[in-house]
Write a protein that binds this ligand. Structure first.
Ligand SMILES: [Zn+2]
Length: 136
């Protein structure tokens, strides 16, 4: 199991300390510990603008979104080549509409801020990994 996580802010690879609060060695941003990061209308473009990202478009009322959430958590914890983010479509309508998130759960794959592909529905982990291989 890898204990390296990428800084959600600058992308620097960091080794997680065994104890204590983990911060990026380069920019001092608190590290997420391999959890998906929450993105909003306000920080979306800036956050995903650099590197490979899978963004989970979700809503609290969406049953299938709750099914895919633990899969996204697992992937975020196990992969350092791709970062994972979650966007609540109800709270962030501007971004949801910009990416035509009509049907959720929706995973949109980004490279340096440009959409490379998307996966709709509560798909199994291997389908998400296949999409990452295909698009990123
Ligand atoms: Zn950093």
């Amino acid at each position: 199991m890898s204990d390296i996580v990428r800084c959600p802010s600058c992308g620097q690879a960091n080794r997680l300390p065994a104890s204590g609060k983990a911060v990026c060695g380069k920019c001092k941003t608190p590290l997420t510990g391999g959890h998906p990061i929450d993105v909003t209308d306000a920080n979306f473009a800036e956050t995903i603008g650099n590197g490979s990202f899978v963004v989970d478009f979700w809503a609290a009322w969406c049953g299938p979104c709750r099914m895919i959430a633990p899969v996204i958590e697992e992937l975020a914890a196990s992969r350092t080549d791709v970062r994972f983010a979650k966007l609540n479509v109800d709270q962030n309508p501007r971004t949801a509409s910009a990416y035509r998130a009509m049907s959720i759960p929706l995973l949109v794959l980004f490279k340096d801020g440009v959409e490379k592909g998307r996966v709709v529905g509560a798909v199994p982990r291997n389908k998400i990994e296949a999409a990452i291989r295909q698009y990123l």
